[in-house]
Design a protein around this ligand. Structure first.
Ligand SMILES: O=C(O)CC1=CCC(=O)O1
Length: 396
């Protein structure tokens, strides 16, 4: 379990997805925890680095102090980002998480490069309804409102068809402490951002649920009216749309959030000289293996992007594709040259690649023997050690 003490509270958080991707932070609704994003995270793991956390008083993050305000919940996010040394994020929050997102985009616009506000409002409910809920939970405990909460969270059709999801959500809800839940109810009750959200400048996507009885499509439209150029997507779901229609939710995020540098660059390259790029990528995958190429692509940054393009397009698209020598021969001479140059990491990579090109263990041995003549015994000795590591790795 990953945990950091933020503003005096041990905060539980979790990273998933593409390590070098842009960070999307997910903030849960009242009564849920970071697992409510499981379905969405599964769909996005190839594209983004996802950071989820349990809001104070939820899941494995306790509410040690009460009262809690929306500013406290917002500052928890800032504290977490500071502790993790993350400067800017795409923020995605649902319901209470959406209130936290609005507060952050108003008070810390420099940290939010894009904002997704799902199933939320600038003011959720009324003081009367929240006070009634606070009274009920204070006197009868959280379990007394379970049925009412679930009927707001998910449509009857979804609940009927997905008993396992229902059981999991129920367990999550019951695992919260009364005190933590009550503190967040009061924070939501006391939050009214209707006069402030016009200050939000981050590009914003609002997601509303057609069947959401808590934060309605009209609530989403009100936010949309006040935030310049905000987009609104309506999904066929009740309040927990990220659970009920996780695929459609993830799709909406993917369409709204910019593609990671790696994907953008690959797209640009393919468009600029598609034939060479495609040929290079195909040979590179054949020879080095897709796992290696996927790792290299995932690691593309602004700094190394042009070099990665050069490798695919020039080394693999223009040289390795030339018809004058077989891939088998190219592997043998590549190994010989890498021994001469004493490039251990590249040599090992090309021992693996040589097997993909049909080179045998005996042939690799002969190349190294031959190199002893022209590169010297120390070079051949080092090559035998390095090649042996790969043979062991591949159980050859
Ligand atoms: O519990 C509910 O009724 C739904 C809800 C309100 C705020 C939130 O985060 O969830």
């Amino acid at each position: 379990m990953a945990e950091l003490v933020i503003n005096g509270t041990p905060m539980h958080y979790q990273f998933d997805g593409l390590e070098q991707g842009p960070v999307v932070l997910f903030s849960n609704s009242l009564g849920a925890d970071l697992t409510m994003w499981d379905g969405v995270a599964d769909k996005l793991r190839a594209h983004f680095r996802m950071l989820r956390y349990d809001t104070r008083g939820h899941g494995q993050t306790p509410a040690l102090a009460s009262p809690i305000s929306m500013a406290d919940l917002g500052q928890d996010v800032i504290g977490l980002l500071d502790a993790l040394k993350i400067q800017t994020i795409y923020f995605c929050g649902l319901s209470m998480g959406g209130l936290i997102g609005q507060w952050l985009a108003i008070h810390h616009p420099e940290r939010i490069s894009k904002l997704v506000l799902s199933n939320t409002a600038a003011k959720i409910g009324t003081s009367t309804t929240w006070n009634e809920r606070i009274e009920t939970v204070s006197q009868q405990g959280l379990s007394s409102i379970v049925d009412a909460v679930l009927s707001r969270w998910l449509t009857p059709e979804f609940r009927h068809a997905n008993p396992d999801t229902l059981t999991r959500l129920l367990a999550t809800f019951r695992a919260n402490t009364d005190a933590g839940y009550l503190a967040c109810c009061a924070a939501i009750r006391d939050t009214d951002l209707r006069d402030d959200i016009h200050r939000i400048t981050a590009p914003t996507l609002i997601i509303a649920g057609t069947h959401d009885p808590v934060t309605t499509v009209a609530d989403g439209q009100l936010i949309q009216k006040k935030i310049t150029d905000a987009q609104l997507v309506e999904l066929a779901a009740a309040h927990l749309s990220a659970v009920e229609v996780a695929d459609a939710f993830a799709q909406a995020l993917q369409e709204f959030l910019p593609k990671p540098i790696a994907e953008q660059k690959c797209l640009e390259w393919m468009l600029s000289d598609r034939a060479t790029y495609d040929a290079g990528m195909a040979v590179r995958r054949d020879v080095l293996g897709s796992a290696h190429v996927d790792r290299a692509n995932a690691g593309i940054t602004d700094f190394n992007a042009d070099f990665q393009d050069f490798i695919t397009r020039y080394a693999w698209g223009e040289i390795w594709t030339r018809p004058g020598l077989s891939r088998h021969s190219r592997s043998l001479i590549t190994l010989g040259m890498l021994i001469a140059l004493n490039r251990e990491a590249e040599f090992k990579m090309h021992v693996r690649a040589a097997f993909n090109n049909g080179v045998t263990v005996d042939e690799i041995k002969e190349v190294i023997m031959h190199s002893a003549l022209y590169c010297g015994l120390p070079a051949a000795n080092a090559a035998f050690h390095a090649a042996s590591e790969i043979l062991n790795e591949q159980r050859l």
